[in-house]
Write a protein that binds this ligand. Structure first.
Ligand code: 3MF
Ligand code: MG
Length: 345
């Protein structure tokens, strides 16, 4: 039915812990998670390096290869594909003050080495794509790092990663804050610019998460458009966000349906399905959700996305043109709202 391909990460089926309370749902084991992908209408799996190879830091290259091979077989058996791998640097004690931008040269080396392993794992899972969410690459106080040096370290790290594997493509997922007070790569503009400064800009792109754009006070669809125009929107993390709060990862469209409509619209305008790239979700079930219904956020987000694709495709282009020609944006806005609500224009 759909020409879009959908993906999510196994962390999107989770136990419900938050900073103020423990888990509220039992852990779903990995194989069980894989078995629900197809049922919910998803074919792509987004991996952290240690989702694919647990305790990756303590394993030999042979053991990593063995584990990754076993994971690839699990994917094949489930009829799924990996979309990307992402190094989970932010959970390691060494990455407490960032990895690539740490003041400590040994930590910077560890972050690069671990990300090289993450790239190797991607290749063993059959993909040439990694995503860097630069979680702790920033500061709590400005004086904690020399920000100019920090950006230089980040650029050095990207170059080292591009040199490690001549075919790998790297997308940066920007986020303005959380866990740090200030992150160094807060928007897609920053992400694409630093990519353009590397030794191989054509292998550098971006992933845009709805909530992260909103947290930066920006419109997610315009952020996407910026990357799309450059051919650099290599994946998305669709979700929703109720204003400038903590990163909420709500179901797509749940807080702001019109903003969701515009994200779908910009993907449609760009012909995104033709790129073969995934529509990824990064959504969390509410903490109140009981275990047996803690995947509804995924199926609901996909359903809303597909319904909005229909809304975009069935919006009367004739009427749109008339309002644009007349520069009557009040009229255009009402036509959009009427279409979304299913009432007479
Ligand atoms: C953080 C995020 C992360 C990243 C993911 C991939 C849990 O705000 O959005 O999702 O997207 O870790 O690197
Ligand atoms: Mg994300």
């Amino acid at each position: 039915m759909s020409d879009y391909r959908f993906s999510f990460g196994p962390w999107n089926i989770h136990e419900g812990a938050d900073p103020f309370g423990p888990t509220v749902r039992p852990t779903v084991e990995f194989a069980k998670k894989l078995s629900v992908y197809k049922q919910l209408g998803f074919e792509g799996v987004q991996f952290h390096d240690d989702d694919a190879v647990p305790e990756v830091d303590s394993k030999s290259p042979e053991q990593i290869a063995k584990d990754a091979k076993a994971m690839k077989k699990m994917l094949d058996d489930a009829g799924l594909v990996a979309e990307f791998t992402a190094p989970r640097l932010w959970e390691d004690p060494r990455g407490v003050d960032g990895g690539f931008t740490s003041n400590n040269a040994d930590v910077r080396k560890w972050a690069i080495d671990r990300t090289k392993r993450c790239i190797d794992i991607a290749r063993m899972l059959g993909v040439k794509f990694v995503v860097l969410w630069l979680a702790r690459e920033g500061t709590y106080i400005r004086e904690a790092k020399n920000a100019i040096d920090a950006h230089k370290h980040l650029l050095d790290a990207l170059n080292a990663l591009l040199a490690h594997d001549k075919e790998i493509e790297i997308a940066i997922e920007p986020k303005p804050n959380e866990p740090m007070d200030h992150a160094y790569i807060p928007t897609i503009g920053h992400a694409l610019h630093i990519g353009s400064r590397t030794t191989d800009p054509k292998r550098m792109g971006g992933l845009i998460e709805t909530a992260h754009a909103i947290l930066a006070g920006l419109d997610p669809s315009d952020e996407m458009a910026f990357a799309l125009e450059a051919g650099k929107l290599w994946s998305v993390h669709l979700n929703d966000q109720n204003g400038l709060k903590y990163d909420q990862d709500k179901s797509f469209g749940a807080a702001n349906l019109r903003m969701a409509y515009n994200q779908v619209r910009v993907l449609e305008l760009s012909g995104y399905p033709k790129t073969g790239r995934f529509v990824g979700l990064d959504v969390k079930a509410m903490r109140t959700q009981k275990a047996d219904v803690a995947t509804k956020h995924l199926s609901n987000s996909r359903r809303i996305f597909l319904a909005l694709v229909e809304k975009v495709r069935t919006f009367d282009k004739q009427i749109e043109k008339q309002f644009l020609d007349a520069r009557d944006y009040e009229g255009l806005e009402m036509a959009v709202l009427a279409h979304l609500m299913g009432i007479k224009p």
